[in-house]
Write a new protein. Structure first.
Length: 337
């Protein structure tokens, strides 16, 4: 029953079909909306931001400073000192972006430099650490620029290997000659390379002779440095280790008794080559075993005096080592009778 009562209270009103006349009563409302729209549109136009035209540098007759290092404008005159990183290795020069009748004044650490009245300042006028200022006057305008003279890194001029004859087993020394334009003390860092390999970890001025063998290619990279900077690395040309000559390890006896002289000559070859022995100079009757180097000489009283002896040790590559000495034979008086 209650639902029936609620349904009875609902009343649906449908619009009457009376044509355009039914909309006449809404005409004032529509006109009001149109007026509001027109008002808001007009207000939006007035509130638009006007873009102000900014006059160019030419229109204002203003010189825009150059962003490059060292360029300092004064009116239309701009000055720059080159090079950008000045050292005592190069002259300084003042460059102008514009100018007519020009004069120059160079100063060092606040004092005017004698003769410093040209566009270029020669490198003998300053040293490392000096502050250099140039003032340029052109057509009534004045501008200036300043720099501080920087450190000059050292440079290697040459590297010399020693000793003169290098082969396996012989230590190699590298002596560098360097130049530092500021007169600073120069030290060195070394990196030896064997057949292009830097892993040998040899970083001393001397490469031990047991680190390489015949046929290896040895070079060294040296970096000079002073208290402030490293110089450019200098790498030597590869040195091919040649075949080494045999070296004698024995010494000849100079005192003996009787009329038989013996000496077991012995030499070593650093490359492990086989060695043969011979006599390049010897008294008559002296012999040597080519395989063992054993020397024997049966002499007589007639051989008294001094005799030059030269023993040769040769490897299978043709390299030879020599041992020279003088053997003096003295016959006792009682033996002479």
């Amino acid at each position: 029953m209650e639902q029936k009562r609620r349904k009875a209270k609902v009343k649906v009103i449908l619009p009457e079909k009376k044509g355009y006349k039914q909309w006449i009563k809404y005409t004032p409302l529509l006109l009001g909306l149109i007026v509001v729209i027109i008002f808001l549109s007009a207000r939006g136009k007035k509130e638009k931001v006007e873009v102000e035209k900014i006059p160019s540098a030419e229109e204002k007759n203003v010189v825009i400073p150059d962003a490059k290092k060292g360029m300092q404008p004064a009116g239309k005159l701009m000055v720059k000192i080159i090079p950008d990183i000045p050292t005592v290795k190069q002259d300084l020069e003042a460059t102008l972006a514009d100018g007519g009748n020009v004069s120059y004044k160079w100063e060092k650490n606040g004092a005017v430099i004698d003769g410093g009245n040209t566009q270029r300042l020669t490198k003998d006028k300053f040293k490392k650490g000096d502050r250099i200022l140039v003032t340029v006057t052109a057509d009534g305008e004045e501008a200036g620029a300043s720099v501080v003279i920087k450190n000059s890194s050292p440079e290697i001029r040459s590297v010399q290997f020693s000793p003169e004859h290098i082969y396996s087993g012989v230590d190699i020394g590298a002596t560098a000659k360097a130049f530092d334009a500021d007169g600073d003390e120069v030290n060195y860092r070394y990196q030896w390379m064997i057949n292009g390999d830097e892993s040998a970890m040899e970083d001393k001025p001397v490469l031990k002779g047991d680190r390489f063998k015949r046929g290896d290619m040895v070079s060294v990279r040296i970096i000079p440095f002073d208290k402030e900077d490293d110089g450019a690395a200098y790498t030597t040309r590869p040195l091919t280790i040649p075949n080494g000559s045999p070296k004698f390890t024995s010494s000849p006896p100079l005192e003996f008794k009787g009329f038989t002289y013996t000496y077991d000559a012995l030499a070593e070859d650093q490359d492990g080559d086989a060695i043969t022995y011979s006599l390049a100079s010897a008294p008559k009757g002296m012999t040597i075993d080519s395989n063992t180097g054993s020397i024997v000489w049966q002499f007589t009283k007639m051989d008294e005096g001094s005799h030059a002896i030269e023993v040769v040790a040769q490897d299978n590559e043709g390299m030879r080592g020599f041992q020279k000495y003088t053997l003096t034979i003295t016959i006792p008086k009682e033996e002479k009778q």
